[in-house]
Write a new protein. Structure first.
Length: 508
């Protein structure tokens, strides 16, 4: 195996990421720059940055591998990840931006006036963020091992170091430029090799070959058969449709828009960019059924995108295409890990490190930026250490569990908090605990390798179908039972969320 193209790709992506991040540092001067880029990011730039951070290891590598193994039913992953932004656009984007919050815990405290609910949200943000970071680190290790033969610990260490340096140097302002660049790099790295490989496939004189392996085993059937298969499919759909709005690194991006109208325009642009990207992983999976079907029964299915160019194009051409997809894959880990680190760092800064520094200095001082940098180090190092100890967690499935946890906690909080005046602190807290324990327990059992088999196993493997309704029900019933504690400012706060910026809100 010629590892030179892969090494060059990793080095170039790393250097470009650090260079753009350093360039962005010149614009980062205040705490608001580090948290939300002072709310000045325009829709087109923000959409590219969201595309960069949202298209993670699960998108770049995992989808093609899942389609190779599981067939068309796995298309619900990219369909759901894209459609989730439509739900976000309709229900959450503009009102969330008008809330004026920096983070999800900020929103929860402003809406419900409860420090306890804020604390619960902070714990959940950190938990979801770290759960999502684990597959990014594992994917980086798998990529470098497959592309250049490096030890698996190398990828997580490189990604963690680069992300920590970039986030600590310029915060959200720097990361915005980095992630926008990385979206277009990832699209190019997936599209160009796919077009070349399609040309090779057509030139081989077997354009119908992809149908043959699928005919006998239902590979092309879009919905799984049997009660367990149907449950798993519909549970996955619920998780990815509703989980998007609860992902901390997605939500924080809408705080960077100038206003609610900008948030909506950003979301529309994101839908276009995601749709354009997700056209291509199925191409790799289809070609994999022709040229690399043997990978379907091995753990190497996760690296189909990396291995297919060399299998189809011998010599230097295959090496160059492999180098290009390696660059895209590495950019995927860097961009998503950066967004997650920003989200987790913002919460840790507000609730932990800034208070620690203030108490140490025995005065208010200006501890915002130093506290953010300390929080960024904690946000990266903790999941990095865990990733070096836990292996073979399944990149796409672990990301799916992160979506399930987000859908079971922050989705009901945001939907009810934005659209239902009678939500109370007690009801919100009860729903967060019910959904968090339900889906979170499933994620923990998956990480430690527990497989119960049968219905118990699938209920834990895909918890969203029961954990999301549970969270909504508990949140609503708990609020109705504690109706007297409805926040006095709830009506005014909801008017603020739903009143366009161009109107005089005092008149409303």
């Amino acid at each position: 195996m010629n590892s030179a193209p892969g090494i060059v790709a990793v080095v170039l992506v790393t250097c470009a990421t650090l260079a753009i991040g350093t360039w962005g540092l010149r614009f980062s001067r205040t705490t608001s720059d580090f948290f939300v880029a002072s709310r000045t990011v325009r829709p087109r730039l923000n959409a590219s940055a969201i595309g960069g951070e949202y298209l993670s290891a699960a998108s770049f590598l995992g989808i093609a591998g899942l389609l190779l193994v599981g067939g068309a039913q796995m298309l619900w992953y990219p369909v759901g990840w894209t459609a989730g932004y439509l739900v976000l656009l309709v229900l959450v984007a503009a009102p969330l931006r008008r809330s004026g919050a920096y983070t999800l815990p900020d929103f929860a405290e402003a809406r419900l006036g409860s420090q306890t609910v804020r604390t619960a949200c902070s714990v959940l943000v950190v938990g979801v963020g770290w759960l999502y970071l684990l597959p990014q680190f594992e994917g980086a290790g798998i990529t470098l091992r497959a592309a250049i033969g490096a030890p698996e610990w190398t990828g997580p260490v490189i990604v963690g170091t680069v992300v920590m340096l970039n986030v600590m140097s310029g915060g959200m302002r720097s990361i915005t430029f980095v992630q926008a660049f990385q979206y277009w790099l990832k699209l190019t790295a997936l599209l160009v090799p796919a077009v070349c490989l399609l040309a090779v496939w057509w030139g081989d004189g077997r354009p119908g070959a992809a149908v043959d392996p699928a005919a006998g085993d239902g590979w092309s059937v879009p919905v799984a058969e049997g009660a367990i298969g149907l449950y798993a499919t519909y549970s996955l759909i619920i998780a990815v449709f509703l989980g998007t709005m609860g992902l901390p690194h997605v939500v924080v991006r809408f705080y960077t828009n100038p206003d609610g109208r900008g948030a909506r325009r950003t979301t529309l642009a994101v839908l276009v960019l995601l749709g354009l990207f997700y056209l291509w992983p199925p191409v790799y999976a289809g070609l994999g059924r022709v040229y690399a079907e043997e990978l379907a029964d091995t753990p190497r299915a996760n690296v189909l995108v990396l291995e297919l160019p060399r299998l189809m194009v011998p010599g230097i051409g295959g090496d160059l295409l492999t180098g290009l997809v390696t660059a895209g894959a590495f950019a995927a880990f860097l961009s998503t890990a950066s967004g997650l680190t920003i989200a987790v760092s913002g919460v840790l800064t507000q609730d932990v490190t800034s208070r620690f520094l203030t108490s140490r200095r025995e005065g208010p001082g200006d501890s915002g930026i130093p506290a953010f940098r300390i929080a960024a180090a904690v946000a990266v190092v903790t999941p990095l250490v865990v990733s070096l100890q836990v292996h073979d967690i399944g990149v796409a499935h672990t990301v799916g569990l992160a979506f399930a946890v987000a859908a079971s906690t922050f989705c009901p909080l945001l939907v009810l908090g934005i659209w239902w005046r009678r939500l109370t602190p007690t009801g919100a807290l009860a729903g967060l605990v019910a959904g968090g324990l339900g889906a979170g327990s499933a994620a923990v059992l998956h990480l430690v390798g527990v497989d119960l088999g049968g219905w118990p196993g699938v209920l834990l493997e895909q918890p969203a179908a029961w954990s999301v309704p549970l969270a909504f029900t508990v949140m609503v019933v708990g609020s109705l039972l504690t109706a007297r504690t409805t926040p006095a400012h709830a009506r005014h706060f909801l008017l603020r969320l739903h009143t366009p910026e161009g109107l005089d809100r005092t008149a409303v």
